[in-house]
Design a protein around this ligand. Structure first.
Ligand SMILES: Cc1cc2nc3c(=O)[nH]c(=O)nc-3n(C[C@H](O)[C@H](O)[C@H](O)COP(=O)(O)OP(=O)(O)OC[C@H]3O[C@@H](n4cnc5c(N)ncnc54)[C@H](O)[C@@H]3O)c2cc1C
Length: 427
Protein backbone atom coordinates (compact mmCIF):
# COMPACT_ATOMS: atom_id res chain seq x y z
CA UNK A 1 0.00 0.00 0.00
CA UNK A 2 2.97 2.30 -0.41
CA UNK A 3 1.24 5.07 -2.35
CA UNK A 4 -2.35 4.42 -1.39
CA UNK A 5 -4.43 7.53 -2.04
CA UNK A 6 -7.48 8.42 0.06
CA UNK A 7 -10.54 6.44 -0.98
CA UNK A 8 -12.97 8.58 -2.93
CA UNK A 9 -15.32 10.23 -0.41
CA UNK A 10 -16.96 13.56 0.33
CA UNK A 11 -14.27 14.10 2.96
CA UNK A 12 -11.38 13.49 0.55
CA UNK A 13 -13.05 15.82 -1.95
CA UNK A 14 -13.41 18.61 0.64
CA UNK A 15 -10.16 18.05 2.59
CA UNK A 16 -8.06 21.01 3.68
CA UNK A 17 -4.66 21.14 1.98
CA UNK A 18 -1.84 19.22 3.65
CA UNK A 19 1.91 19.14 3.00
CA UNK A 20 3.60 16.06 1.50
CA UNK A 21 4.93 13.81 4.27
CA UNK A 22 7.74 11.71 2.81
CA UNK A 23 8.24 8.03 3.60
CA UNK A 24 10.84 7.05 6.19
CA UNK A 25 14.15 6.32 4.45
CA UNK A 26 16.67 6.41 7.32
CA UNK A 27 17.39 4.79 10.68
CA UNK A 28 16.51 7.13 13.53
CA UNK A 29 15.99 7.16 17.30
CA UNK A 30 13.21 8.82 19.29
CA UNK A 31 11.46 8.43 22.64
CA UNK A 32 8.23 7.10 21.12
CA UNK A 33 7.38 5.50 17.78
CA UNK A 34 3.65 5.50 17.03
CA UNK A 35 2.22 3.15 14.39
CA UNK A 36 -0.82 4.68 12.67
CA UNK A 37 -1.87 8.30 12.03
CA UNK A 38 -5.57 8.06 12.88
CA UNK A 39 -7.06 9.78 15.92
CA UNK A 40 -5.51 7.27 18.36
CA UNK A 41 -1.99 7.79 17.02
CA UNK A 42 -2.33 11.56 16.53
CA UNK A 43 -3.95 12.17 19.91
CA UNK A 44 -1.24 10.14 21.64
CA UNK A 45 1.45 12.01 19.72
CA UNK A 46 0.01 15.40 20.69
CA UNK A 47 -0.21 14.61 24.41
CA UNK A 48 3.32 13.18 24.40
CA UNK A 49 4.81 16.13 22.51
CA UNK A 50 3.11 18.57 24.86
CA UNK A 51 4.96 16.78 27.67
CA UNK A 52 8.36 16.96 25.99
CA UNK A 53 8.73 13.48 24.45
CA UNK A 54 10.27 13.14 20.98
CA UNK A 55 7.82 11.36 18.67
CA UNK A 56 7.79 9.81 15.20
CA UNK A 57 4.53 8.59 13.68
CA UNK A 58 4.63 5.93 10.94
CA UNK A 59 1.54 5.87 8.72
CA UNK A 60 1.08 3.11 6.14
CA UNK A 61 -0.95 5.32 3.78
CA UNK A 62 -1.94 8.93 4.53
CA UNK A 63 -2.94 10.83 7.68
CA UNK A 64 -6.57 9.88 8.41
CA UNK A 65 -6.59 7.16 5.74
CA UNK A 66 -8.41 4.72 8.05
CA UNK A 67 -11.67 5.14 9.98
CA UNK A 68 -10.58 8.56 11.28
CA UNK A 69 -10.84 10.11 7.81
CA UNK A 70 -14.00 8.27 6.71
CA UNK A 71 -16.39 8.13 9.65
CA UNK A 72 -19.83 9.63 10.17
CA UNK A 73 -18.23 12.61 11.93
CA UNK A 74 -20.46 12.13 14.97
CA UNK A 75 -19.00 13.11 18.32
CA UNK A 76 -20.76 10.42 20.36
CA UNK A 77 -19.84 10.23 24.00
CA UNK A 78 -19.21 7.17 26.14
CA UNK A 79 -18.38 3.72 24.77
CA UNK A 80 -19.99 1.13 22.49
CA UNK A 81 -21.33 -0.61 25.63
CA UNK A 82 -23.06 1.01 28.56
CA UNK A 83 -21.28 1.60 31.84
CA UNK A 84 -23.44 -1.08 33.50
CA UNK A 85 -21.72 -3.75 31.39
CA UNK A 86 -18.37 -2.21 32.43
CA UNK A 87 -19.53 -2.40 36.06
CA UNK A 88 -20.22 -6.11 35.48
CA UNK A 89 -16.81 -6.91 33.96
CA UNK A 90 -14.45 -4.53 35.81
CA UNK A 91 -13.92 -3.93 39.53
CA UNK A 92 -15.83 -1.05 41.20
CA UNK A 93 -12.81 1.31 41.22
CA UNK A 94 -12.05 0.58 37.54
CA UNK A 95 -15.73 1.09 36.64
CA UNK A 96 -15.73 4.40 38.55
CA UNK A 97 -12.67 5.60 36.64
CA UNK A 98 -13.92 4.46 33.22
CA UNK A 99 -17.39 5.91 33.93
CA UNK A 100 -15.93 9.25 34.96
CA UNK A 101 -14.01 9.42 31.64
CA UNK A 102 -17.06 8.71 29.45
CA UNK A 103 -17.48 12.32 28.30
CA UNK A 104 -13.83 13.44 28.34
CA UNK A 105 -13.04 12.63 24.70
CA UNK A 106 -15.45 15.28 23.39
CA UNK A 107 -13.86 17.88 25.68
CA UNK A 108 -10.42 16.93 24.34
CA UNK A 109 -11.62 17.37 20.73
CA UNK A 110 -13.04 20.84 21.46
CA UNK A 111 -9.90 21.84 23.33
CA UNK A 112 -7.69 20.66 20.41
CA UNK A 113 -9.83 22.45 17.84
CA UNK A 114 -9.60 25.66 19.80
CA UNK A 115 -5.96 25.52 20.84
CA UNK A 116 -4.62 24.59 17.40
CA UNK A 117 -7.21 26.52 15.33
CA UNK A 118 -8.40 23.41 13.47
CA UNK A 119 -10.94 24.16 10.70
CA UNK A 120 -13.22 21.10 10.82
CA UNK A 121 -16.80 22.48 10.83
CA UNK A 122 -17.36 21.64 14.52
CA UNK A 123 -21.04 21.80 15.56
CA UNK A 124 -22.58 21.11 19.00
CA UNK A 125 -25.45 18.70 19.64
CA UNK A 126 -26.04 14.99 19.15
CA UNK A 127 -29.32 13.07 19.40
CA UNK A 128 -30.06 9.41 20.15
CA UNK A 129 -33.41 8.62 18.47
CA UNK A 130 -35.75 5.90 19.80
CA UNK A 131 -38.18 3.93 17.61
CA UNK A 132 -40.00 2.18 20.45
CA UNK A 133 -41.02 2.77 24.04
CA UNK A 134 -38.59 0.00 25.02
CA UNK A 135 -35.72 1.96 23.46
CA UNK A 136 -37.00 5.11 25.18
CA UNK A 137 -36.93 3.34 28.54
CA UNK A 138 -33.38 2.27 27.79
CA UNK A 139 -32.41 5.91 27.11
CA UNK A 140 -34.02 6.93 30.41
CA UNK A 141 -32.00 4.36 32.33
CA UNK A 142 -28.84 5.28 30.39
CA UNK A 143 -29.34 8.93 31.37
CA UNK A 144 -29.78 7.94 35.03
CA UNK A 145 -26.66 5.76 34.82
CA UNK A 146 -24.52 8.51 33.25
CA UNK A 147 -25.76 10.96 35.88
CA UNK A 148 -24.49 8.61 38.57
CA UNK A 149 -21.04 9.18 37.09
CA UNK A 150 -21.48 12.96 37.11
CA UNK A 151 -22.59 13.55 33.50
CA UNK A 152 -25.67 15.72 33.86
CA UNK A 153 -26.06 17.60 30.59
CA UNK A 154 -28.39 15.07 28.92
CA UNK A 155 -31.97 15.94 28.03
CA UNK A 156 -34.78 13.49 27.23
CA UNK A 157 -36.98 14.38 24.26
CA UNK A 158 -40.60 13.26 23.99
CA UNK A 159 -42.34 12.67 20.66
CA UNK A 160 -42.91 16.39 20.15
CA UNK A 161 -39.37 17.21 21.24
CA UNK A 162 -37.75 14.86 18.74
CA UNK A 163 -39.90 16.27 15.90
CA UNK A 164 -38.31 19.65 16.61
CA UNK A 165 -34.83 18.30 15.90
CA UNK A 166 -35.50 15.78 13.12
CA UNK A 167 -38.25 15.68 10.51
CA UNK A 168 -38.96 11.94 10.72
CA UNK A 169 -42.16 10.48 12.16
CA UNK A 170 -40.69 7.05 12.97
CA UNK A 171 -39.27 8.11 16.35
CA UNK A 172 -41.18 8.11 19.64
CA UNK A 173 -38.59 10.21 21.46
CA UNK A 174 -34.88 10.54 22.07
CA UNK A 175 -32.08 12.01 24.12
CA UNK A 176 -30.11 15.17 23.37
CA UNK A 177 -26.45 15.51 24.35
CA UNK A 178 -25.20 19.05 23.78
CA UNK A 179 -21.66 17.90 24.57
CA UNK A 180 -21.95 15.64 21.51
CA UNK A 181 -21.87 17.14 18.03
CA UNK A 182 -20.20 16.69 14.68
CA UNK A 183 -17.06 17.44 12.69
CA UNK A 184 -15.49 16.96 9.28
CA UNK A 185 -13.47 13.94 10.41
CA UNK A 186 -10.65 14.04 7.88
CA UNK A 187 -10.07 17.74 8.45
CA UNK A 188 -9.91 17.09 12.20
CA UNK A 189 -7.20 14.46 11.59
CA UNK A 190 -5.30 16.73 9.19
CA UNK A 191 -5.47 19.60 11.70
CA UNK A 192 -4.19 17.35 14.47
CA UNK A 193 -1.34 16.18 12.22
CA UNK A 194 -0.37 19.81 11.60
CA UNK A 195 -0.47 20.39 15.37
CA UNK A 196 1.83 17.38 15.90
CA UNK A 197 4.32 18.90 13.44
CA UNK A 198 4.03 22.36 15.00
CA UNK A 199 5.35 20.79 18.24
CA UNK A 200 8.30 19.09 16.51
CA UNK A 201 6.74 15.67 15.92
CA UNK A 202 7.48 13.91 12.63
CA UNK A 203 4.93 11.99 10.56
CA UNK A 204 6.05 9.68 7.75
CA UNK A 205 3.27 8.72 5.35
CA UNK A 206 3.55 5.75 2.94
CA UNK A 207 5.58 4.01 5.67
CA UNK A 208 3.93 0.76 6.83
CA UNK A 209 5.59 -0.76 9.88
CA UNK A 210 6.44 -4.27 8.71
CA UNK A 211 8.24 -5.68 11.76
CA UNK A 212 8.81 -4.82 15.40
CA UNK A 213 11.94 -6.08 17.13
CA UNK A 214 10.68 -6.20 20.69
CA UNK A 215 13.00 -5.21 23.52
CA UNK A 216 14.27 -2.10 25.24
CA UNK A 217 14.68 -0.13 23.12
CA UNK A 218 12.36 -1.59 20.47
CA UNK A 219 13.04 -1.22 16.76
CA UNK A 220 10.20 -0.66 14.30
CA UNK A 221 11.10 -1.47 10.70
CA UNK A 222 9.62 -0.10 7.50
CA UNK A 223 10.68 -1.11 3.98
CA UNK A 224 13.40 1.54 3.78
CA UNK A 225 14.17 2.56 7.35
CA UNK A 226 13.76 1.96 11.05
CA UNK A 227 12.85 3.78 14.25
CA UNK A 228 14.55 2.82 17.50
CA UNK A 229 12.36 3.87 20.42
CA UNK A 230 12.02 3.55 24.20
CA UNK A 231 8.28 3.05 23.69
CA UNK A 232 6.11 1.87 20.80
CA UNK A 233 2.40 2.70 20.58
CA UNK A 234 0.40 0.50 18.21
CA UNK A 235 -2.55 2.49 16.80
CA UNK A 236 -3.32 0.72 13.53
CA UNK A 237 -6.78 -0.44 14.65
CA UNK A 238 -8.80 -2.24 11.91
CA UNK A 239 -6.04 -1.72 9.34
CA UNK A 240 -3.22 -3.25 11.42
CA UNK A 241 -3.38 -6.79 10.00
CA UNK A 242 -1.18 -9.29 11.78
CA UNK A 243 1.71 -7.01 12.82
CA UNK A 244 1.02 -7.83 16.48
CA UNK A 245 -0.52 -11.34 16.43
CA UNK A 246 -1.65 -11.17 20.09
CA UNK A 247 -4.05 -8.36 19.13
CA UNK A 248 -5.48 -9.84 15.93
CA UNK A 249 -6.97 -12.89 17.68
CA UNK A 250 -9.33 -10.89 19.93
CA UNK A 251 -10.74 -8.41 17.45
CA UNK A 252 -12.38 -8.40 14.03
CA UNK A 253 -12.33 -5.68 11.32
CA UNK A 254 -15.85 -4.78 10.16
CA UNK A 255 -16.96 -2.49 7.36
CA UNK A 256 -19.63 0.20 7.58
CA UNK A 257 -20.84 2.35 4.72
CA UNK A 258 -21.65 6.03 4.24
CA UNK A 259 -23.37 7.97 1.45
CA UNK A 260 -23.55 11.72 0.84
CA UNK A 261 -26.21 13.58 -1.11
CA UNK A 262 -25.76 16.55 -3.37
CA UNK A 263 -26.04 19.88 -1.46
CA UNK A 264 -29.66 20.29 -0.31
CA UNK A 265 -31.71 23.34 -0.88
CA UNK A 266 -31.49 25.59 2.19
CA UNK A 267 -35.14 25.21 3.22
CA UNK A 268 -35.12 21.40 2.80
CA UNK A 269 -31.97 21.07 4.96
CA UNK A 270 -33.51 23.32 7.62
CA UNK A 271 -36.67 21.16 7.65
CA UNK A 272 -34.79 17.84 7.96
CA UNK A 273 -32.50 18.82 10.82
CA UNK A 274 -33.58 22.28 12.03
CA UNK A 275 -30.97 22.55 14.81
CA UNK A 276 -28.16 20.97 12.73
CA UNK A 277 -27.60 18.24 15.35
CA UNK A 278 -26.30 14.82 14.36
CA UNK A 279 -28.56 11.80 14.95
CA UNK A 280 -28.01 8.12 15.56
CA UNK A 281 -30.87 5.72 16.19
CA UNK A 282 -31.08 3.19 19.01
CA UNK A 283 -31.14 0.00 16.92
CA UNK A 284 -28.43 -2.64 17.37
CA UNK A 285 -27.49 -2.17 13.67
CA UNK A 286 -27.92 1.56 13.81
CA UNK A 287 -28.26 4.34 11.21
CA UNK A 288 -26.46 7.67 11.76
CA UNK A 289 -26.73 10.94 9.86
CA UNK A 290 -26.08 14.66 9.88
CA UNK A 291 -25.67 17.65 7.59
CA UNK A 292 -22.31 18.73 6.20
CA UNK A 293 -21.21 22.36 6.29
CA UNK A 294 -22.41 22.72 2.67
CA UNK A 295 -25.83 21.17 3.53
CA UNK A 296 -25.41 17.65 2.19
CA UNK A 297 -26.97 14.81 4.13
CA UNK A 298 -24.24 12.37 5.24
CA UNK A 299 -25.97 9.06 6.03
CA UNK A 300 -24.35 5.87 7.33
CA UNK A 301 -25.42 2.46 8.50
CA UNK A 302 -25.02 -1.24 8.06
CA UNK A 303 -22.18 -3.51 9.09
CA UNK A 304 -20.20 -6.01 7.00
CA UNK A 305 -18.59 -8.48 9.40
CA UNK A 306 -15.07 -9.32 8.29
CA UNK A 307 -14.78 -6.02 6.32
CA UNK A 308 -15.42 -7.18 2.74
CA UNK A 309 -16.06 -4.15 0.52
CA UNK A 310 -19.68 -4.24 -0.75
CA UNK A 311 -20.09 -3.93 -4.54
CA UNK A 312 -22.88 -1.34 -4.48
CA UNK A 313 -22.88 0.85 -1.36
CA UNK A 314 -25.63 3.17 -2.59
CA UNK A 315 -27.93 0.16 -3.05
CA UNK A 316 -27.41 -0.76 0.63
CA UNK A 317 -27.61 2.67 2.29
CA UNK A 318 -29.99 4.74 0.10
CA UNK A 319 -33.06 2.64 1.03
CA UNK A 320 -32.23 3.20 4.72
CA UNK A 321 -31.97 6.95 4.11
CA UNK A 322 -35.32 6.97 2.25
CA UNK A 323 -37.00 5.08 5.07
CA UNK A 324 -35.95 7.91 7.41
CA UNK A 325 -36.43 10.75 4.92
CA UNK A 326 -38.77 9.72 2.05
CA UNK A 327 -38.73 13.41 1.09
CA UNK A 328 -35.23 12.85 -0.38
CA UNK A 329 -36.32 10.40 -3.11
CA UNK A 330 -35.35 12.80 -5.93
CA UNK A 331 -32.06 13.86 -4.37
CA UNK A 332 -28.86 12.64 -6.03
CA UNK A 333 -26.21 10.66 -4.13
CA UNK A 334 -22.80 12.11 -4.99
CA UNK A 335 -20.45 10.04 -2.81
CA UNK A 336 -20.49 6.53 -1.33
CA UNK A 337 -17.68 4.84 0.55
CA UNK A 338 -16.84 2.15 3.06
CA UNK A 339 -14.45 2.09 6.00
CA UNK A 340 -13.36 -0.37 8.64
CA UNK A 341 -13.80 -0.22 12.39
CA UNK A 342 -12.55 -2.85 14.80
CA UNK A 343 -15.02 -4.95 16.77
CA UNK A 344 -14.22 -6.77 20.01
CA UNK A 345 -16.48 -9.45 21.43
CA UNK A 346 -17.40 -7.26 24.44
CA UNK A 347 -17.59 -4.13 22.22
CA UNK A 348 -15.28 -2.45 24.76
CA UNK A 349 -11.87 -1.03 23.79
CA UNK A 350 -8.86 -3.32 23.91
CA UNK A 351 -6.08 -1.51 25.75
CA UNK A 352 -2.84 -2.77 27.22
CA UNK A 353 0.89 -3.26 27.17
CA UNK A 354 2.94 -6.16 25.82
CA UNK A 355 6.29 -6.57 27.56
CA UNK A 356 7.65 -3.37 29.10
CA UNK A 357 7.18 -0.88 26.33
CA UNK A 358 4.76 -1.95 23.56
CA UNK A 359 1.46 -0.15 24.22
CA UNK A 360 -1.80 -0.43 22.30
CA UNK A 361 -5.35 0.84 22.18
CA UNK A 362 -7.85 -0.34 19.58
CA UNK A 363 -11.26 -1.90 19.02
CA UNK A 364 -13.72 0.76 20.12
CA UNK A 365 -16.29 -1.16 18.08
CA UNK A 366 -17.97 1.64 16.15
CA UNK A 367 -18.00 4.57 18.57
CA UNK A 368 -14.45 5.82 18.48
CA UNK A 369 -14.29 9.52 17.64
CA UNK A 370 -14.32 10.56 21.30
CA UNK A 371 -12.77 7.44 22.85
CA UNK A 372 -9.67 7.59 20.60
CA UNK A 373 -8.97 11.14 21.74
CA UNK A 374 -9.27 10.05 25.36
CA UNK A 375 -7.06 7.02 24.60
CA UNK A 376 -4.26 9.35 23.48
CA UNK A 377 -4.34 11.09 26.84
CA UNK A 378 -4.53 7.86 28.83
CA UNK A 379 -1.66 6.25 26.87
CA UNK A 380 0.49 9.37 27.32
CA UNK A 381 -0.20 9.28 31.06
CA UNK A 382 0.89 5.63 31.19
CA UNK A 383 4.15 6.34 29.34
CA UNK A 384 4.83 9.08 31.90
CA UNK A 385 4.35 6.55 34.69
CA UNK A 386 0.81 7.56 35.78
CA UNK A 387 -0.99 4.40 34.80
CA UNK A 388 -4.12 4.45 37.01
CA UNK A 389 -6.55 5.31 34.22
CA UNK A 390 -4.70 3.17 31.66
CA UNK A 391 -4.80 0.21 34.09
CA UNK A 392 -8.58 0.63 34.46
CA UNK A 393 -9.05 0.14 30.70
CA UNK A 394 -6.39 -2.58 30.57
CA UNK A 395 -8.30 -4.53 33.25
CA UNK A 396 -11.30 -5.06 30.92
CA UNK A 397 -11.27 -8.74 29.92
CA UNK A 398 -11.14 -9.67 26.21
CA UNK A 399 -11.83 -13.04 24.61
CA UNK A 400 -11.23 -14.51 21.14
CA UNK A 401 -14.26 -14.60 18.82
CA UNK A 402 -16.01 -17.98 18.75
CA UNK A 403 -15.05 -19.90 15.62
CA UNK A 404 -11.54 -18.40 15.37
CA UNK A 405 -10.44 -16.23 12.42
CA UNK A 406 -12.28 -18.33 9.81
CA UNK A 407 -15.74 -18.54 11.43
CA UNK A 408 -15.84 -15.30 13.45
CA UNK A 409 -17.40 -13.24 10.62
CA UNK A 410 -20.32 -15.60 9.78
CA UNK A 411 -21.02 -16.29 13.46
CA UNK A 412 -21.04 -12.56 14.31
CA UNK A 413 -23.28 -11.88 11.30
CA UNK A 414 -25.66 -14.52 12.63
CA UNK A 415 -25.69 -12.86 16.06
CA UNK A 416 -26.30 -9.44 14.46
CA UNK A 417 -29.17 -10.88 12.38
CA UNK A 418 -30.79 -11.99 15.60
CA UNK A 419 -30.49 -8.51 17.15
CA UNK A 420 -31.53 -6.92 13.83
CA UNK A 421 -34.69 -9.05 13.87
CA UNK A 422 -35.43 -7.97 17.45
CA UNK A 423 -35.04 -4.32 16.35
CA UNK A 424 -37.47 -4.91 13.46
CA UNK A 425 -40.03 -6.57 15.72
CA UNK A 426 -39.49 -3.93 18.41
CA UNK A 427 -38.79 -6.53 21.13
C1 LIG B 1 -17.52 4.40 8.06
C2 LIG B 1 -17.28 4.61 9.54
C3 LIG B 1 -18.15 5.46 10.23
C4 LIG B 1 -17.91 5.69 11.58
N1 LIG B 1 -18.66 6.65 12.21
C5 LIG B 1 -18.37 6.99 13.48
C6 LIG B 1 -19.03 8.09 14.08
O1 LIG B 1 -19.83 8.79 13.45
N2 LIG B 1 -18.74 8.35 15.39
C7 LIG B 1 -17.83 7.62 16.11
O2 LIG B 1 -17.62 7.89 17.30
N3 LIG B 1 -17.13 6.63 15.53
C8 LIG B 1 -17.35 6.32 14.22
N4 LIG B 1 -16.62 5.35 13.61
C9 LIG B 1 -15.48 4.74 14.35
C10 LIG B 1 -14.27 5.69 14.41
O3 LIG B 1 -14.09 6.32 13.17
C11 LIG B 1 -13.03 4.89 14.78
O4 LIG B 1 -13.28 4.23 16.01
C12 LIG B 1 -11.78 5.74 14.95
O5 LIG B 1 -11.60 6.64 13.90
C13 LIG B 1 -10.56 4.81 15.07
O6 LIG B 1 -9.40 5.60 15.05
P1 LIG B 1 -7.98 4.91 15.08
O7 LIG B 1 -6.97 5.98 15.05
O8 LIG B 1 -7.92 3.95 16.23
O9 LIG B 1 -7.95 4.01 13.76
P2 LIG B 1 -7.87 4.47 12.23
O10 LIG B 1 -8.45 5.80 12.04
O11 LIG B 1 -8.40 3.35 11.41
O12 LIG B 1 -6.32 4.65 11.99
C14 LIG B 1 -5.41 3.59 11.90
C15 LIG B 1 -4.28 4.02 10.99
O13 LIG B 1 -3.19 3.12 11.14
C16 LIG B 1 -2.61 2.92 9.89
N5 LIG B 1 -1.88 1.65 9.94
C17 LIG B 1 -2.39 0.39 10.07
N6 LIG B 1 -1.39 -0.52 10.08
C18 LIG B 1 -0.23 0.17 9.98
C19 LIG B 1 1.14 -0.21 9.92
N7 LIG B 1 1.52 -1.50 9.97
N8 LIG B 1 2.07 0.76 9.81
C20 LIG B 1 1.72 2.07 9.77
N9 LIG B 1 0.44 2.47 9.79
C21 LIG B 1 -0.53 1.54 9.91
C22 LIG B 1 -3.78 2.93 8.92
O14 LIG B 1 -3.38 3.22 7.60
C23 LIG B 1 -4.66 4.01 9.53
O15 LIG B 1 -4.42 5.28 8.97
C24 LIG B 1 -16.83 5.04 12.27
C25 LIG B 1 -16.01 4.16 11.57
C26 LIG B 1 -16.22 3.95 10.22
C27 LIG B 1 -15.30 3.03 9.48
Amino acid sequence: MTHTPYPSSYYAASANSAPPRPALDENKSVDVCIIGAGYTGLSTALFLLEQGFTVTVLEAARVGFGASGRNGGQIVNSYSRDIDSIEASAGPEEARLIGSMAFEGARIIRERVQRYGIACDLKDGGVFAAFTSKQMKHLESQKALWERYGHRQLELLDEQGIRQVVDCDRYVGGMLDMSGGHIHPLNLALGEAAAVESLGGVIHEHSPAIRIDRGTPAVVHTERGSVTARFVVVAGNAYLGNLVPELAAKSMPCGTQVITTEPLDESLAARLLPQDYCVEDCNYLLDYYRLSADRRLIYGGGVVYGARDPADIEAIIRPKMLKTFPQLRDVKIEYAWTGNFLLTLSRLPQVGRIGDNLYYSQGCSGHGVTYTHLAGKVLAEALRGQAERFDAFASLPHYPFPGGQSLRAPLSALGAMYYGLRDKLGI
